[in-house]
Design a protein around this ligand. Structure first.
Ligand code: SAH
Length: 194
């Protein structure tokens, strides 16, 4: 997957996902505002997180924090099906339109509090949370398949550990810290309060 991912990201026009005056900075490897106080992550981090997910076309992925839809494209390209939840309707609608324009038909969008996950389509082989949680929401762990895993930034506001949460065949859960990251907050019932 690594080579294909590298080629795909290089070809993907990140400016397509940025509708503000920040569009001109799309080629910089930095996080940028996408409106409503939210940000699109830097490409190197999106790349790293996608690689860690070790995707293939048999897998079903849940993404929390659709945002601009940039990360969603990579999931849709390398996984079988993608379920993505965003709390801001405006961002979700915009991302949906963009991903339809790009021709993806393996993505389902939902507007709502993703800290609950998306029970209806659970369980998922992979879960990726692109907003920061104070602690790992149990609802998300429950929606992982045995042998599935989740990537989630966990920590304080403004400073988190990217955390790999693995569930084994006996539903035992272990975590591993991958590195320091900064994401906007996961706002919701099992995240930070509004
Ligand atoms: N992956 C996105 C990054 C988005 S930033 C991208 O590539 O652009 C994080 C997003 O998580 C924001 O859009 C924010 O609105 C959303 N978010 C925060 N809390 C949420 C929640 N409880 N449920 C769903 N989305 C949430």
């Amino acid at each position: 997957m690594e080579d294909q991912l590298y080629t795909f990201i290089k070809k993907l026009d990140r400016s397509f996902f940025i509708d503000s005056e920040h569009k001109v900075y799309a080629d910089y490897d930095s996080a940028l505002p996408i409106g409503l106080g939210q940000t699109i992550s830097q490409p190197s981090l999106v790349h790293e997180m996608t690689e860690l997910l070790d995707l293939n076309k048999k897998l079903k992925v849940l993404e929390i924090g659709t945002g601009s839809g940039y990360q969603t494209v990579l999931l849709a390209e390398f996984a079988g099906s993608v379920y993505t939840v965003e709390r801001h309707e405006e961002l979700s609608k915009k991302a949906q339109k963009k991903l339809e324009d790009l021709g993806y038909n393996n993505i389902s969008f939902k507007v709502g509090d993703g800290s609950y996950g998306w029970e209806e389509h659970a369980p998922y082989d992979r879960i990726i949370v692109t907003a920061a949680a104070g602690e790992i929401p149990n609802s998300l762990i429950e929606q992982l398949v045995p042998n599935g895993f989740m990537l989630i930034p966990v920590g304080e506001k403004g400073y988190q550990q990217l955390t790999l949460v693995m569930k084994d065949l006996h539903n035992q859960v272990t975590t591993q810290h991958i590195g320091d990251v900064t994401f906007v907050e996961l706002v919701g019932e099992h995240g930070w309060n509004q």
